[in-house]
Ligand binder design. Structure first.
Ligand SMILES: Cc1ncc(COP(=O)(O)O)c(C=O)c1O
Length: 392
């Protein structure tokens, strides 16, 4: 059932029971790896499906993990959710569950680099064929085949924050048998509702906004119960499950999700507007700026632009380095979406092993900087960013 209360109310209370058996206000962290049976009669009754028990063995389920899954399902408006050890475990498990040899997957060109690497280097070894296309509905529709079973896209994408026209992608997928899977890590359930727009499954790296404090790795897959059950079944075999302590941290992070994301939306939009007016900046990508290539779709489908701003400095790599090293608040680090502002140069971090020509060929500009805005005061962030830009 969809929880129609406000986003902050659902962040705090969504998916939680009115009263817990132990009367605690927070879900207990259950560290048990196994769940004993009373006797052989109970074991046999369970195995024959005559009685229900919540859990049997830690790889197949855990009460703390289940409580956090219920909260994330409420936030996303999903029937069911399954937590995983990392965002990559969510993606790889989902693709293994959905694809067989001889089938075909379509991916958009700026999906997370390791997702592309997984499809290109691993899935193809199991006889799955793949096409990588521009993140727009026309390009996706053009490569669909009868054997296409998955369309995998991200929204907004990294680093250019492209916003795909999801209803149009869903319409194209409905002509065949492909499931639409959206990695909405950059959007969060506060800013974007892919299931309501027709997607079959949504994936998040909970390492980012949902955990929110740069202290836990995790992932989640959400959607209709039969789809999520199939992924849970695959996860039980592959083994990339969420551990109870990590799950607890994700659930605790989610309590402040709406508060954090609203603040990040506000600060990032203000900074993006300032960046756009600075002489040292060649171009800014932020979905809610009128200059963004997908601005119209963003305004239609997103209720906030998120924490990440990408921008190109006129002085290339050297200017990017000078800028990043001059910042006093944002830390130079991979990741995004958490309470601390983080900054990186994609040419030196995610794409460091490629030659400049190779980076140019896939659209990664040398002067590109990606800033993930945290929850520090906007005035402090603004002063820090402006001081670093003014010295260029
Ligand atoms: C969009 C997106 N999806 C998936 C992942 C992978 O998540 P994790 O690092 O939790 O495995 C990332 C990581 O940066 C990401 O940015």
């Amino acid at each position: 059932m969809i929880d129609r209360r406000g986003r902050s109310t659902v962040s705090v209370h969504g998916g939680e029971p009115e009263v817990r058996a132990d009367r605690s206000v927070t879900p207990p962290v259950v560290l048990s790896s196994t769940y004993p049976f009373a006797d052989t009669a109970e074991l046999v009754a369970y195995m024959e499906g005559r009685i229900e028990r919540p859990h049997e063995y830690g790889r197949y389920g855990n009460p703390t993990v289940a409580a956090v899954e219920a909260k994330l399902a409420a936030l996303e408006g999903a029937e069911a959710a399954v937590l995983t050890a990392s965002g990559m475990a969510a993606i790889t498990t989902t693709l293994f569950a959905l694809l067989r040899a001889g089938q075909h997957v379509v991916m958009t060109s700026d999906v997370y680099r390791k997702t592309r690497v997984f499809v290109r280097d691993t899935l193809v070894r199991f006889g799955v064929e793949a096409d990588v296309v521009e993140p727009n509905a026309g390009a996706i529709a053009a490569v669909l085949r009868p054997a296409t079973r998955v369309i995998l896209t991200e929204c907004p994408t990294n680093p250019y924050l492209r916003v795909v026209d999801l209803p149009a992608v869903v319409a194209a997928a409905r002509a065949g048998r492909a499931k639409v899977v959206v990695d909405a890590t950059f959007a969060t359930p506060i800013n974007y509702r892919p299931l309501a727009l027709g997607a079959d499954l949504v994936v998040h790296s909970t390492t980012k906004y949902l955990g929110g404090h740069n202290d836990v790795l995790g992932g989640v897959v959400l959607g209709r119960a039969p789809h999520v059950d199939a992924i849970r079944e695959q996860l039980g075999t592959l083994g990339g499950i969420a551990d109870p302590l990590g799950a607890y941290l994700v659930g605790r992070g989610c309590k402040t999700l709406a508060l954090r994301v609203r603040e990040q939306n506000r600060s990032a939009l203000a900074l993006a507007q300032l960046l756009e007016g600075h002489r040292a900046v060649a171009q800014v990508w932020y979905p809610l700026l009128a200059s963004h290539p997908d601005h119209e779709i963003a305004v239609r489908d997103l209720s906030g632009g998120g924490a990440v701003i990408s921008f190109e400095l006129r002085g290339g790599l050297a200017a990017g380095t000078k800028f990043v090293d001059a910042l006093r608040i944002a830390k130079l680090a991979a990741s995004l979406g958490g309470v601390e502002s983080l900054v990186e140069q994609p040419a030196l971090m995610s794409y460091h092993e490629l030659a400049p020509e190779e980076r140019a060929a896939i659209g990664i500009r040398e002067g590109l900087v990606r800033l993930s805005v945290g929850i520090e005061d906007l005035e402090d962030l603004r002063d820090d960013v402006m001081a670093a830009l003014d010295q260029l």
